[in-house]
Write a protein that binds this ligand. Structure first.
Ligand SMILES: [Mn+2]
Length: 246
C-alpha cells in the first residue's frame, strides 16, 4: 500500500454532448489534493447500496461544489428562484456523508459540500440569496474563479483561524447563490461574510469535520499558500486515519 491517503471527491454528472458525459469534478480539487500529499479519486453518483463501499474505500472525503440541493431534503418546496438540482446526487451524497461521519472519517465540505453537510446534520438552506435576503453582497462573482471577491470574518477561537495562520479577516472567492439558513445543531459557524452569510462551519466536537462556502481548491491551485493549509491539514487527518485503520 502506498503512503498517500485516498480521498474520495464526490463527483457531479456532466453532459457535454453524446460523446462526452460522465462523472465530473473540477481539476482544481484534483490538483490541490495531489499537492497536499493525497490521491484523489472521483466518486460517481451512486445507488444507495454503494455508500458503504465508498466509505470503506477512502480515508477521507471532499464533498465538492455543484448545483443546488433539492429542498425536499430539508423539508421545503422549491422556490421560484431555485436553480437546477440533481435529486440522485443529493441522496447519494447525504447518505455517504452520514456513513463517513459515523465511521469517523474526515470530511471537508466545499461550497455545495458545506451545504450538504448542514442538511445531513438537520439544517436548512437559503434557496436563492438575492430573492430571500433583503440585502446581500455579490456571492456569484464575475471575476475568475481563482480570484477573491469578498471578505470574511473568521472567529478567533476557531480551528479555521488557526489553520489560516491566525488571520481574522481575509478575502475569499464566491460562487454560490445558496447558503446555510438554519445551522444544524452539531455545527458551529466560524466565518461570516459582511452581509452575515455563514461562510464556514466546523463540527462542534469532531476536529475532522469542517466546511467552507468558498472555493479554496481554486485559490490553492492558483498558488494561495493559506488555502493550501486547509488541504494539508485535511490530508494529514486522513493520513492519521489510514494509519489507525491499518
Ligand atoms: Mn460568499
Amino acid at each position: 500500500m502506498g503512503d498517500r491517503p485516498i480521498i474520495g471527491v464526490t463527483g457531479g454528472y456532466l453532459k457535454k454532448n453524446d460523446f462526452v458525459q460522465g462523472p465530473y469534478t473540477h481539476q482544481d480539487y484534483v490538483q490541490s489534493l495531489f499537492s497536499a500529499g493525497a490521491v484523489p479519486i472521483i466518486l460517481p453518483i451512486a445507488p444507495n447500496d454503494a455508500a458503504e463501499s465508498y466509505e470503506a474505500l477512502c480515508d477521507g472525503f471532499v464533498f465538492s461544489g455543484g448545483s443546488d440541493v433539492d429542498p425536499r431534503f430539508y423539508g421545503e418546496p422549491p422556490s421560484l428562484q431555485i436553480d437546477v438540482f440533481n435529486t440522485e446526487r443529493d441522496a447519494s451524497e447525504l447518505l455517504l456523508m452520514k456513513k463517513a461521519i459515523a465511521a469517523g472519517k474526515p470530511v471537508f465540505g466545499i461550497c455545495r459540500g458545506l451545504q450538504v453537510m448542514n442538511v445531513a446534520f438537520g439544517g436548512t438552506l437559503i434557496q436563492d440569496l438575492p430573492s430571500e435576503m433583503e440585502q446581500t453582497l455579490q456571492h456569484v462573482q464575475k471575476v475568475p474563479r481563482v480570484k477573491s471577491s469578498h471578505s470574511v470574518r473568521v472567529l478567533e477561537d476557531s480551528r479555521l483561524c488557526a489553520l489560516l495562520n491566525g488571520r481574522k479577516t481575509l478575502y475569499v472567492n464566491s460562487l454560490h447563490h445558496q447558503a446555510i439558513k438554519t445551522l444544524a445543531g452539531e455545527l458551529r459557524a466560524v466565518a461570516f461574510a459582511p452581509d452575515g452569510i455563514i461562510e464556514a462551519a466546523e463540527h462542534a466536537t469532531n476536529d475532522r469535520i469542517f466546511g467552507v462556502q468558498w472555493h479554496p481548491e481554486s485559490m490553492a491551485a492558483g498558488g494561495d499558500g493559506l488555502m493550501s493549509h486547509l488541504f494539508r491539514y485535511f490530508v494529514e487527518q486522513c493520513a492519521q486515519i489510514k494509519k489507525e485503520t491499518v
